[in-house]
Design a protein around this ligand. Structure first.
Ligand code: IPE
Ligand code: IPE
Ligand code: MG
Length: 257
């Protein structure tokens, strides 16, 4: 079985045009709970299995030449989950960063975060700050984790900050354009995602990157996150490479070429 899936992955990899790999891939990692439920396991086991996928996917993405991998880890709405699940997810994030930090430096993985991490438990926030500082000079790939992230919250913060700058007389409202607005988002400095993947079969954005995904290619796949292997990732990229990106024009424009 393993050999078969490795064989499939190799065949799929050969179909990818290395010159047109999406520079930024964003993923809504969904279906951990359902993966566990199918196996009669507790939901948290699904989160543990899901966290293991992140390491491999980061390696695979880096090898393909992807420059930014944004992963939706915890939304502003996920606080509505049972307290035990929330606290487990927080600890899992902290231990993931702690275990991976040295390998991230070795592999050139630059950690960044979007979302309000000031609201996270101290230990988790400190681990984020530590690993971001440790990997500050890494430049093979940016692993951008969306934690306590909500696109509406992000847009509101930008609007408030712009209004405050204008009120202080530091900003002329007439000069607010897309670039200026984007520079006030958590994602300032990152390119927009070329490809946005959601696993688990749900077909919605769940408050993810509403501004940045304006022209992303959307890919929804009916695989729960812990089962999302290299072959599944390659299929998403192959599909992306067959899309026609027009950005409102008439000709296909590939910003990655
Ligand atoms: C995604 O899996 C992980 C997080 C939202 C943290 P879910 O926990 O949402 O899994 P399902 O959707 O209930 O199966
Ligand atoms: C989106 O998944 C958030 C993350 C993957 C972190 P959810 O499972 O929270 O989304 P809904 O509730 O099904 O829309
Ligand atoms: Mg879910």
């Amino acid at each position: 079985m393993k050999n078969q899936s490795e064989h499939d992955a190799r065949e799929l990899l050969a179909q990818i045009d290395p010159q047109a790999v999406p520079a930024h891939i964003a993923v809504i990692m969904d279906g951990n709970g359902r993966w566990a439920q199918k196996r009669k396991l507790a939901r948290i086991k699904g989160h543990v299995a899901g966290a293991k996928i992140i390491r491999r996917l980061t390696d695979t993405a880096a090898r393909l030449g992807v420059k930014v991998l944004t992963l939706y880890c915890f939304s502003t709405e996920n606080w509505r989950r049972p307290a035990e699940e929330v606290s487990f997810l927080m600890k899992l994030l902290q231990s993931y960063l702690n275990e991976q930090a040295e390998d991230m430096v070795r592999l050139g993985v630059h950690l960044s975060v979007i979302g309000d991490i000031s609201a996270l438990p101290d230990g988790v926030r400190e681990e984020f700050e530590r690993v971001m500082a440790l990997t500050a000079d890494c430049d093979t790939i940016t692993l951008n984790l969306a934690v306590n992230y909500g696109a509406r919250d992000e847009i509101l913060r930008a609007a408030k900050n712009l209004a405050a700058e204008a009120a202080r007389g530091e900003l002329d409202p007439e000069t607010i354009d897309e670039k200026c607005f984007g520079d006030h988002l958590f994602s300032a400095g990152l390119p927009d995602p070329d490809l946005l993947i959601r696993t688990s079969g749900e077909i919605r954005l769940s408050n993810f990157l509403l501004w940045q995904a304006a022209y992303s290619e959307l890919y929804f796949v009916d695989i729960n996150w812990p089962d999302f292997d290299d072959a599944a990732f390659y299929r998403a990229i192959i599909e992306y490479q067959h899309r026609n990106r027009r950005f409102g024009g008439v000709k296909n424009i590939s910003p990655t070429k």
